[in-house]
Design a protein around this ligand. Structure first.
Ligand SMILES: *Cc1c(COP(=O)(O)O)cnc(C)c1O
Length: 454
């Protein structure tokens, strides 16, 4: 029995899959917050290159991956699909567990799949510098890595609490040539206004987005780069699900249930959308697709489905999504990542339509699952990823009771080598299971933009 299913370098898919082509009803458009009219290319071109804006709105089912992007992908792609035989054995489950392993990329996660593409399209458009935000540093390091191939400068606004508590990703970004700044900073208006109200602010992803967007909007040679949420990010990430589909074909299997963790939704969508396409077009109507999130930031399970800003400073277009409110900041005690207040509009719509379901988990049970994985399969997972591992283990144990030989697949989005402090806190019993912060959510939902019923 094969434990790893490989593809050759010449088998990397040369097109991305755009699920917009297969949606039963079209996505609600992003809105210009001032006019409440659909945001068009003109609303976006100050901060994004036209090729990406076209991809954002495209209804084409397949979009060609440029050769220059494939050339960089080939450094670590195709990534292996693993059968988790040792985990299955430890669980004594008849279920088969497969995972697509993205920890083999140089930055250690799925994120360079879009970062490389974004660096390429911006370089093509004549841009000199990219500005972005990063939470724990995975996205910032992926973009720093990617810009280094295309001779672009890179400025990363890093959420201050991570900048201080997790210095190693910051060093990695510098190693790849990026400028990494703690956010809120005093070099943007957005940062300064937060610091005036709260000089001790530990920052949030939303605040850092505002700083990066402002930087891009106020410099002609600079564009903004976002690591998740947007449709084109999800598009680029489908390279993973397309590879996985080929790998399952090689072994003559097709998953019954698919899992991924959701922060902004990009690894989940990238890993599962090529399969979800089969579900919504009726080829595989019974697929169970599960989006996994933390109880401390329960966007899909407790958020409202409505228009909201993508960022705290209300600079981005309004996106129709599940949201906890754009000024929601999860408690700092939460160690498992996945802290964004909203989610990819594509993922949200599929949850709303009932094609995907969502589950939320406490952080101790998540780390317990991760710990079982490192002791059986050997890889130390990112705490983010461990949210969906927890769901997979629960299902595998359910299969043990029922005797079902289900095929379970999860997108294993990255390694946790920079998260050892969180693992340490878990082992010392210092992690608190943060209950759903109902009061915080209520407060931030009170500040949703008024879209007059749209
Ligand atoms: C960034 C990250 C996530 C969460 O982001 P998504 O856009 O939801 O994928 C999950 N896992 C890893 C390893 C990450 O680096």
């Amino acid at each position: 029995m094969d434990e790893k299913i490989f593809l050759g370098e010449d088998e990397i898919p040369d097109k991305w899959y755009n699920i917009q082509a297969d949606l039963k009803t079209p996505l609600d458009p992003p809105l210009n917050p001032a006019t409440l009219e659909p945001a068009g290319p003109d609303d976006l071109k100050a901060i994004f290159p036209m090729e990406l804006i076209k991809q954002e709105m495209s209804q084409e089912r397949y979009i060609k991956v440029p050769d220059e992007v494939l050339d960089v992908y080939r450094l670590w792609r195709p990534t292996p699909l693993y059968r988790a035989l040792k985990l299955e054995k430890a669980l004594k489950t008849p279920a088969k567990i497969y995972y697509k392993w993205e920890g083999v990329s140089p930055p250690g996660s799925h994120k360079p799949n879009t970062a490389v593409a974004q660096a390429y399209y911006n370089k093509q458009a004549g841009i000199d510098r990219l500005a972005t935000e990063t939470g724990a540093g995975q996205w910032g390091s992926a973009l720093a890595f990617s810009t280094s191939f295309f001779d672009l400068e890179c400025t990363v606004y890093m959420v201050k609490i991570s900048y201080e508590q997790k210095p190693y990703r910051k060093i990695l970004m510098k190693e790849w040539g990026a400028d990494c700044i703690a956010s809120p900073s005093n070099i943007t208006q957005a940062g300064r206004s937060i610091l005036e109200k709260d000089p001790e602010s530990t920052g949030s992803l939303g605040i850092a987005i505002s700083e990066a967007v402002e930087d891009a909007a106020t410099h002609d040679n600079t564009n903004y780069s976002l690591g998740s949420v947007l449709n084109y990010v999800v598009l680029h990430q489908t390279i993973m699900g397309l590879e996985a589909k080929k790998q399952f074909e090689l072994i003559d299997e097709y998953p019954d249930a698919l899992y991924g963790c959701v922060g902004g939704g990009s690894n989940f969508a990238g890993g599962v959308f090529p399969f979800v396409g089969d579900k919504i077009t009726g080829k595989k109507p019974d697929l169970d697709v599960v989006a996994c999130e933390p109880m401390a930031c329960p966007t899909l399970t407790k958020g409202l489905y409505t228009y909201d800003f993508g960022d705290t400073a209300r600079m981005t277009p309004l996106l129709k999504m599940y949201t906890l409110g754009h000024d929601f900041v999860p408690p700092p005690i939460h160690a498992g990542g996945l802290r964004y207040h909203g989610d990819s509009p594509l993922v949200c719509k599929l949850v709303k339509d009932g094609d995907i379901r969502a589950q939320a988990y406490y952080q101790n049970e998540v780390f317990e699952a991760a710990s079982m994985f490192s002791k059986t399969e050997g890889f130390l997972l990112a705490p983010e990823t461990a949210h969906c591992l927890k769901a997979v283990i629960d299902e595998a144990l359910r299969c043990k009771e029922s005797g079902e030989e289900k095929v379970l697949y999860f997108l294993n989005s990255g390694h946790g080598h920079f998260d050892l402090a969180s693992y340490d806190a878990y082992h010392q019993g210092k992690l608190v299971d943060y209950e759903y912060p109902a009061e915080l959510v209520k407060q931030s939902l009170a500040n949703l933009p008024d879209t007059g019923g749209k």
